[in-house]
Design a protein. Structure first.
Lengths: 317, 542
């Protein structure tokens, strides 16, 4: 059995710069397959508001801008897009309307997210046509279900969600971007039991668990990959006598299935600042973390050889 | 595109409900970490004596002002780099990303060795200087022979080694508790130590020079049978070659290296950069606030001290301490805390001063050990060092790196106490100043070599002054500062340590070993499919 090199990154959150970098990972890191483990859509819209005199104004990363030409407008829009936010040209009336009507705001987010993913897929299909690297992108718990059909249209990128995929050299991968319930009630937050069923339905069909990769957006519970601040019911930070309290927020179901099946490798994201590695039995679990807003594509390169993890290391691209 | 400061209308952006995270060290914690890093309450105690002995005639206030201004650029350089690259590891990250991974490792390796040596020495000083001075001072001032005996006992080599070992073990335990507990411990310790130091300074403002001369003469008569001690000590110094100095601009310029030395540690928070909350709002402001705090603290303490103790006695004692320590009749180290305790004249106040003096030493040990652990962790995480050093407890505390730091420091403390090795080769200031000097290049070149990183950095990093990025200006001035510090270090061994061939080879050896280790690791990892040069290499962004 020959070796297989994998690049694993996660949580791009709308950053076009990180996405473009992801498309380069195949050649740059000389990997056989390149995977994004979920959360591809952004979180913030930056309204670029018409001033009425041909100029626009916007607030971005702590700076207020007045834009008086199309080139300035486009330059700022590109900057916004590269950090993962959505620039949106609008006017004062629409801003008021959006503020007062959450359904309109939701619809706008959905539209902008879909447009961004469509754009990405178009670029990927242009650039990866002759690539020898296999590319995989799955949605994560923060991503709307509207992103799935767009990913499915790609000729060069595979959405591995809910599938058992042969990623080469006899290694198989099962994937899920769903997570246990978070305080934010994101689109793909589901109860632990449901998540367990999803994993079980895939894991039970894997040919050889010794050669299997679990690509689950949510990290396993009570590991070094799932430490996050404790929040109260109002989503405010929970401060204890010792200051900020950290708790495990990973999935019990993910942990249970890793303990039960003992796959070769676990690929996880979700908790941006819990970059690290941990072992559950024989299974090496990694979370490369995310710095999408800085335009840095963080990742982990894993080399598999003869059914073992020969090496792994984290990169900041 | 016009950037303006004010906008009247809301909202500025829309956010949807998605998951998010925070880090541990807030503004106050980061500020306290840095003040503990330069141990303001320790440094203020010895600086007047140091300046009086090394640079007679220097204007200490001018030295403080210019030194603080130059240090500000060191603070801005590191603060902005840490804001642009908010990761733990200091120059390992900045130089590694901007210059070359091997340079990043080499410089941080060199810096970390200066700190390993520093931890070893401070572990001993915490006992034979801080604890001993506190006890003997308390004993003499309150006429308590037991305290004097204990003070002398803890200054012996064996007891110093034993207590130093215990202090290092306690540091190891602290490094193993969850970060939030460690942070709380440091911040609480900072408050207690600061109260003690503030009390030390306040005592001077409650007395006149006449009060001091009378109390000091009375004390010295009882303790050593020396009449009119104030004038006698000045005469002893003159008889041994001391001349009352005239104000000197040259000496003031030469003393600028002390103006920086007083703030060594100001930027230590950058080594725990990954644990600092909102780096763009916290890192640089916390560093500069630490500087401002130090400036005010030093200035007020100096004013109070010189007003009461007087430059004449201080400079004469500085001369004697440096050239003829055996001729100094004062039975305890003549540091600021001794004079303040003498004026206060009561047990509670002397205990407060003593505890504070001890805490500044001990907490500095904890601070230095904390970020050395982070540095080792960063190297190991990137596979330059064995991955086993990244092992952490279930609370996320890096136990393997913590034990490594403490064992290294303990070994160096033992060497320092029982061999003359350090006396010949260890020039602490030169070792770390080289790392700081190299980092100037990372700041100067960031906007040009890592354009994408610079443009994606928070606004504070992208600030320009007359069209030139602030980080470039800060980098140039940081280079000027450390060129000055390095020159002073080689010209004034009494300031920084030995400068002979042995010391030079030692420094070169440390940095050279960094390069060798990097390339050995590089070659070994390459056989395992890991290319260390790719760790921070930017992917094409277009």
């Amino acid at each position: 059995m020959r070796k297989l090199r994998i690049f694993f990154g996660t949580d791009l959150h709308g950053s076009t710069r990180c996405f473009i970098k992801f498309l380069h990972t195949g050649k740059f890191y000389k990997v056989d397959c390149s995977i994004i483990g979920g959360d591809i859509t952004g979180k913030v819209i930056i309204p670029i508001i018409e001033c009425g005199d041909g100029r626009y104004k916007a607030h971005f990363l702590g700076v207020d801008y007045i834009l008086s030409s199309i080139s300035q407008l486009e330059e700022l829009e590109k900057k916004i897009e590269n950090t993962g936010y959505y620039p949106y040209r609008t006017n004062e009336d629409e801003v008021k309307e959006l503020q007062s009507d959450p359904s309109k705001m939701d619809a706008l987010f959905e539209r902008l997210m879909i447009d961004r993913v469509k754009k990405w897929i178009r670029i990927a299909d242009e650039r990866l046509r002759n690539s020898e690297t296999k590319y995989y992108i799955q949605p994560g718990n923060d991503d709307s279900f509207a992103t799935d059909p767009i990913l499915e249209t790609s000729e060069c990128i595979t959405n591995p969600e809910g599938k058992i995929i042969d990623i080469g050299q006899g290694y198989e991968m099962i994937s899920s971007g769903f997570a246990n319930i978070t305080p934010w009630k994101c689109p793909r937050d589901i109860p632990e039991e449901e998540l367990e069923d999803k994993i079980e339905s895939m894991a039970s069909q894997v040919r050889n668990m010794q050669l299997c990769v679990f690509n689950f957006h949510c990290p396993p519970f009570n590991t070094k990959l799932d430490q996050a601040p404790k929040l109260n019911e109002n989503l405010q930070l929970q401060l204890g006598l010792s200051g900020q309290e950290m708790v495990s927020v990973g999935s019990v179901a993910v942990r249970k299935k890793i303990e039960e099946y003992q796959p070769l490798l676990g690929l996880h994201g979700h908790i941006h600042e819990s970059k690290g590695v941990d072992k559950i039995g024989r299974t090496l679990c990694v979370n490369p973390g995310s710095e999408y807003s800085e335009g840095i594509l963080k990742g982990c390169i894993i080399q598999l050889k003869e059914g073992k993890v020969e090496s792994y290391y984290f990169v900041s691209g | 595109m016009e950037e303006v400061r004010k906008m009247e209308e809301e909202p500025k952006f829309f956010v949807r409900r998605t998951s998010g995270l925070v880090r541990e060290f807030g503004l106050f914690d980061t500020f306290a970490f840095n003040v503990l890093g330069y141990a303001v309450g320790l440094v203020v105690m010895v600086t007047p004596l140091f300046v009086g002995g090394l640079f007679p005639g220097a204007n200490i206030y001018l030295m403080l002002i210019i030194g603080s201004i130059l240090t500000a650029f060191n603070g801005i350089t590191y603060g902005l780099l840490s804001t642009a690259m908010p990761r733990s590891g200091g120059e390992y990250i900045y130089n590694g990303r901007v210059l070359h991974p091997a340079i990043g490792f080499m410089s941080n390796w060199g810096f970390s060795w200066s700190q390993f040596l520093g931890i070893g020495i401070y572990a001993a000083w915490t006992t034979n200087y801080a604890l001993s001075t506190a006890l003997t001072t308390l004993g003499y001032i309150t006429n308590n022979p037991t305290a004097i005996r204990w003070g002398e006992l803890v200054a012996t080599k064996v007891v110093t080694w034993g207590l130093g070992t215990i202090f290092l073990l306690s540091v190891a335990l602290l490094l193993l508790v969850p970060t939030r507990w460690l942070r709380k411990f440091l911040s609480s310790g900072f408050i207690i130590a600061t109260i003690g130091s503030a009390a030390t300074a306040v005592v001077f403002f409650m007395h006149s020079k006449e009060d001091f001369v009378a109390i000091f003469n009375d004390f010295m008569l009882k303790a050593k049978g020396l009449p009119d001690a104030y004038n006698s000590i000045i005469k002893i110094a003159i008889d041994l070659g001391y001349t009352v100095p005239k104000p000197s601009i040259v000496m003031t310029i030469l003393s600028l290296s002390i103006g920086y030395w007083m703030y060594i540690g100001l930027t230590y928070s950058v080594y725990i950069g990954a644990e600092v909350k909102e780096p763009s709002k916290v890192q640089t402001p916390a560093i500069l606030l630490s500087l401002l705090f130090g400036f005010i603290f030093y200035a007020l303490s100096f004013v109070g001290y010189y007003r009461v103790v007087g430059g004449e006695l201080n400079d004469a004692l500085g001369f004697l301490n440096l050239n003829h320590p055996e001729a100094n009749p004062i039975p305890v180290p003549p540091v600021m805390g001794f004079f303040s305790g003498l004026l206060a004249g009561n047990v509670p106040m002397n205990v407060i001063i003593g505890v504070s003096f001890f805490l500044w030493h001990y907490l500095l040990l904890v601070v230095m050990s904390t970020f050395c652990v982070r540095n080792i962790f960063a190297w190991s995480f990137d596979r330059i060092m064995p991955a086993k050093l990244t092992a952490v407890t279930r609370y996320g505390s890096p136990w393997a790196a913590a034990i490594t730091v403490v064992v290294l420091a303990w070994t160096l403390m033992t060497l320092w106490l029982f061999t003359p090795y350090f006396t010949y080769v260890v020039n602490y200031i030169v070792i770390f100043s080289i790392a700081f000097w190299i980092t100037s290049w990372a700041a100067i070149l960031l906007p040009y070599r890592r354009k994408e990183l610079f443009e994606a950095a928070p606004e504070i990093v992208r600030k320009k002054v007359f069209g030139v990025p602030l980080i470039v200006i800060a980098g140039i001035l940081n280079m000027f500062l450390f060129t000055l510090v390095l020159i002073s270090s080689f010209m004034l061994p009494a300031f920084s340590g030995p400068v002979g061939l042995g010391a030079t080879l030692f420094v070169v050896g440390i940095y050279l070993s960094g390069i060798i280790i990097y390339y050995i690791a590089y070659a070994y990892r390459k056989t395992k499919g890991i290319d260390l040069n790719m760790l921070y290499k930017e992917l094409p962004p277009e």
